[in-house]
Design a protein around this ligand. Structure first.
Ligand SMILES: [Zn+2]
Length: 333
């Protein structure tokens, strides 16, 4: 029997999911009841969210074990605000997955009947395995099941994902994107061009999330430069994906805390091909000259001699990627 969670606990799960994606969150509303107003942000990207969330329970009569549903109760209407994204979510505490529905398609009728919205168990199970899964619903809506660590990908892509009603080709493409083995799937046959670009954007976000999950797991959620955990980590690409040589392999990644990610991208520190950590004396010299070297000795003292490495040699950072990454960042010493 599924546990029915109260709203503050459901909010905790949303916040935990946002943190698992490497984002930060401010709770702008009461914590006791939804809709929860949240401001979520990472770097320069900021999104305002209005979150409605219910427990996913077995639905139908007679009860169908393959069908979960949310019962939209306790609210008089689903609010849509200009400049905000409204999320209509379900949470399955059995499977540890969210379901997202199109808020614009589920306005509550004047008759006061609370609608029930379904999603198949199969979609939730696929999401647990692959990160996210889509399910076409009969009212021309796509329901999205997703794992907590894909929460922000869902948020950023939700409008586009729910609008994917153009046909079987797009639905198939989304299914292939959701399967890890299909990440390089070519979307060239999707028409028109605008829809192709939407799917390519979705594909990129999903790949970023998958990369983050894989790299942080490989390094046991530690910064490879200083060893810190504390949920302050980024998965950094050694060769950025914008470059033709950039890939989402674990060996093109480093698990770095926020400070050392910046320092690595600034070429203040680097990882040499023998995995030793080096500081740019030239850059420190420049900082000393302009009087911006405060904290230099503490910064240097926190660095390991060599980076922490993943458990398996085949996923160690690639020496040739490290070398090329130095060139891209203008590393000098
Ligand atoms: Zn660090």
């Amino acid at each position: 029997m599924a546990r029915i969670l109260r709203k503050p606990r459901l909010l905790d799960l949303v916040v935990e999911a946002i943190h698992a994606c490497g984002w930060d969150v401010l709770i702008l509303s009461s914590r006791d009841d939804h809709p929860f107003a949240l401001s979520i942000f990472k770097g320069d990207t900021k999104v305002s969210l209005l979150v409605y969330i219910w427990n996913l329970t077995h639905g139908g009569f007679p009860r169908d074990p393959n069908e979960f549903r949310i019962q939209v109760t306790g609210v008089s209407q689903i609010e849509l605000r200009v400049g905000w994204k409204t999320l209509l979510l379900g949470w399955s505490d059995d499977l540890n997955a969210f379901a997202g529905f199109d808020a614009t398609k589920h306005q509550i009728s004047m008759s006061g009947r609370s609608p029930s919205i379904q999603i198949k168990r199969d979609a939730l199970e696929k999401a647990v395995k692959n990160g996210f899964a889509t399910q076409a619903r009969d009212n021309q809506e796509i329901a999205i099941a997703f794992r907590p660590d894909f929460f922000t990908s869902y948020v950023l892509g939700s409008s586009e994902l729910h609008q994917t009603t153009a046909g079987i080709l797009e639905t198939k493409a989304l299914e292939r994107i959701s399967r890890e083995e299909a990440v390089d799937f070519d979307l060239e046959d999707i028409e028109p061009k605008e829809r192709r670009q939407v799917l390519q954007t979705v594909n990129r976000r999903i790949r970023d999330d998958r990369f983050r999950v894989n790299v942080l797991r490989a390094y046991s959620h530690r910064c490879c430069v200083c060893g810190i955990q504390l949920d302050l980590l980024d998965a950094a690409h050694i060769i950025p994906v914008e470059h033709e040589r950039g890939t989402d392999e674990i060996k093109n990644g480093l698990s770095l805390c926020a400070l050392h990610h910046r320092a690595f991208d600034h070429a203040l520190i680097t990882v040499r091909t023998d995995y030793s950590i080096d500081c740019s004396e030239k850059e420190f010299q420049r900082l000393r000259t302009i009087g911006w070297h405060g904290g230099e000795s503490e910064f240097k003292a926190a660095l390991r001699d060599d980076i922490l490495l993943p458990p398996k040699k085949e996923i160690y950072p690639s020496p040739s990627y490290l070398e090329f990454g130095q060139k891209l960042r203008g590393w000098t010493n």
